[in-house]
Design a protein around this ligand. Structure first.
Ligand code: UT7
Length: 317
């Protein structure tokens, strides 16, 4: 190999340096959604805990929202966009398949030296991307990595579908990952079960269709199991946690998991879904950003279409 580029050095660990969120301007209450699906505010609150969600306006594209969250995260970490070596965007709602979102986000950030790629693991996408960023930084393949979760779920939801229209919302969240002397992003526990992919799938027109009760049953069994394995992998117990931040799929799934983990009252349990809905791959970083006064170890668990899941313990910035 002629004149190989000098390799970056590897690092003992990586850490989340900052977190930020972008919430679309338009707040949509349950009454508005319920009117289209013969539902009610009371039913929606009882079945999933949601009171309102955000819907993106035409100018609030995936790229715009992802770049807005990432830009805030970079500013808060004090990192120049020119020093970013990779931008990873987790999304399941990008409909313009001719291109990917990450290069456009990198361009909007001015991260002109960065590698950029999308990562498709649906609502598990953020912990998948975070594990990838951690590996890139520790190996020395990347210095600073921007990890974004961004969704315009309203682009892939049928607003007359009783099973999904009330559940999903739009938005973006982002973190900056950089080198550390210790492992502040713990070992990932991840996996997938494609044999049940039909319960959460795109139809022939690209609209997301969900067998809700089946997904609910799967989620309430897989989340506590994966969460416990991620704690074991990090050498921690639930009592060591400062926060539990699962994918904001349904408040009832969060409650079942929190109970199974026997979380003490000192553990902040993310409930961002109440005013943000289920924002797919964006929900974990958005929920993390909504806990600004919490520091210490947090357990993240993503799960969704694939079926895919991933969990890790991280130190909150
Ligand atoms: O983010 C990716 C992963 N996704 C998830 O984890 C979501 C998992 N699934 C869920 O969260 C829940 O299945 C939903 C919140 C989507 C639905 O709640 P559910 O308790 O599973 O409702 P269901 O589909 O079992 O329906 C219960 C009842 C039925 O009536 P009967 O048969 O008991 O008389 C439905 O016809 O509620 C009725 N129903 C509705 N009523 C008002 C179903 N959808 C609605 C609706 N409004 N939108």
């Amino acid at each position: 190999m002629a004149n190989p580029s000098p390799r970056r050095t590897s690092h003992p660990g990586s850490r989340i340096m900052s977190v930020a969120s972008y919430r679309p301007r338009t707040e949509v209450g349950n009454e508005t959604v319920a009117a289209l699906i013969d539902s009610s505010d009371e039913w929606i609150r009882r079945r999933c805990g949601i009171e309102s969600r955000r819907h993106a306006a035409p100018d609030e594209s995936l790229v715009m929202m992802g770049a807005a969250a990432a830009s805030k995260a970079l500013a808060s970490a004090g990192i120049d966009p020119l020093d970013v070596s990779a931008v990873l965007v987790a999304t399941m709602s990008h409909r313009g398949r001719a291109t990917t979102v990450a290069p456009l986000v990198a361009d909007a950030l001015g991260a002109t030296a960065a590698a950029a790629m999308d990562l498709g693991a649906a609502c598990a996408g953020f912990p998948y991307a975070l594990a990838t960023a951690d590996a890139l930084v520790r190996s020395g393949a990347a210095g600073y990595v921007v990890v974004v979760g961004a969704e315009r779920m309203t682009d892939i939801i049928d607003d007359h579908d009783r099973g999904t229209a009330f559940l999903f919302g739009d938005g973006a969240g982002a973190v900056v990952v950089g080198p550390a002397q210790t492992c502040e992003i713990g070992p990932v526990v991840w996996g997938a079960d494609g044999s049940h992919s039909e319960v959460l799938r795109y139809d022939e027109t690209g609209i997301l269709r969900m067998a809700g009760p089946e997904v609910f049953r799967w989620a309430t069994s897989v989340v506590p199991d994966v969460a416990k394995r991620a704690l074991d992998a990090a050498g921690m117990s639930a009592s060591d946690l400062a926060a539990f931040i699962p994918h904001q799929a349904n408040l009832r799934i969060t409650s079942v998991a929190a109970k199974a983990l026997e979380l003490g009252p000192h553990v902040q349990v993310a409930t961002d879904i109440v005013t943000n809905g289920n924002t797919g791959a964006a929900s974990i970083p958005q929920a993390m950003a909504a806990l600004p006064d919490t520091s210490g170890p947090a357990l993240l668990v993503g799960f969704g279409a694939g079926l895919s899941y991933a969990a890790q313990v991280v130190t909150l910035p």
